[in-house]
Design a protein around this ligand. Structure first.
Ligand SMILES: *C/C=C(C)/C=C/C=C(C)/C=C/C1=C(C)CCCC1(C)C
Length: 264
């Protein structure tokens, strides 16, 4: 009798799980909004060639702040939290906000990385285009898997999405390596850190995506995925933004230092 009852009633989310996601999303909204203000104000502190990189970094966190606000609203609409008990309201939590956010921010993140290097115009355009297209493909191919009910479908789209992902990783470590070698020695290690931060945080998304394959399901899988993506977003967007800011400041100092010496 009891086994039948537990099978029929969907497993409820615990108050801890509900509040963990609720607070993480709320915190991330604040962090993204604060980063936007910081990056946009920082624009006037760097030399003109690096200003676009900071504007785009702030645009990434601004777009993310908006989507975290919507994700927060969707979380509140999907669950009712009363007297310590969480129940479903019947409204589905909307995963599309994350994917629409990624579709816009992932290509922009790669572009900000390329822009701060200040390569030739042709190289900037060709790298930004190839990386941008691969990033968009990766996100588009991942979405049908994210919303699929069956693990088989999830695995298939996840695999397809990994192909452009692998291409991006290849570009980061082969194509960009040559570009990094042309940079002033003082910023090479910072640029390598920015690349490593991108690789490590981006690599976290497919791992989080695989939560259902690790035997997690129901509210536990949902909580793990929400928290995992939220942490990765903070590192990939705010963390990278701050590194780009530091690189832009350093390169501005180097280049302005050069002009002064030349004039003296
Ligand atoms: C700000 C948001 C960022 C940096 C999002 C990055 C997302 C990924 C690197 C997602 C990758 C995925 C795969 C490689 C396979 C499984 C499906 C995805 C979309 C989670």
């Amino acid at each position: 009798m009891e086994a039948v009852a537990t099978e029929a009633v969907p497993e409820a989310m615990s108050a801890f799980q509900y509040l963990l996601v609720y607070n993480s999303i709320s915190f991330t909204f604040a962090a993204m909004a604060a980063a936007t203000i910081f990056l946009w104000f920082g624009r006037s502190e760097v030399a003109p060639p690096y200003r676009t990189a900071l504007v785009i970094s702030g645009l990434v966190t601004a777009i993310a702040a908006y989507h975290y606000f919507r994700i927060f609203q969707s979380w509140e609409a999907a669950f009712l939290f009363e007297n310590g008990i969480v129940s479903n309201t019947g409204y589905a939590f909307n995963d599309a906000y994350r994917y629409v956010d990624w579709l816009l921010t992932v290509p922009l993140l790669l572009i900000e990385l390329v822009l701060v290097m200040r390569l030739s115009r042709e190289e900037t355009v060709s790298k930004a285009t190839r990386l941008g297209v691969a990033a968009a493909l990766m996100v588009i191919l991942g979405y049908p898997g994210e919303i699929a009910d069956s693990n088989g479908t999830r695995a298939l789209w996840g695999f397809l999405s990994t192909i452009p992902f692998a291409y991006i990783v290849y570009e980061l470590f082969s194509g960009l390596s040559r570009a990094i070698e042309t940079q002033p020695p003082q910023v090479r290690s910072l640029l390598k850190q920015a690349r490593l931060l991108t690789f490590a945080s981006w690599g976290f998304y497919p791992i989080v995506y695989m939560a259902p394959f690790a035997g997690l399901d129901g509210p536990t899988a949902n909580t793990t995925i929400q928290i995992g993506y939220t942490i990765a977003d903070l590192v990939a967007k705010v963390g990278l933004g701050i590194l780009i800011y530091i690189i832009a400041i350093r390169k501005s100092e180097i280049e302005m230092g050069k002009t002064t010496t030349a004039q003296a």
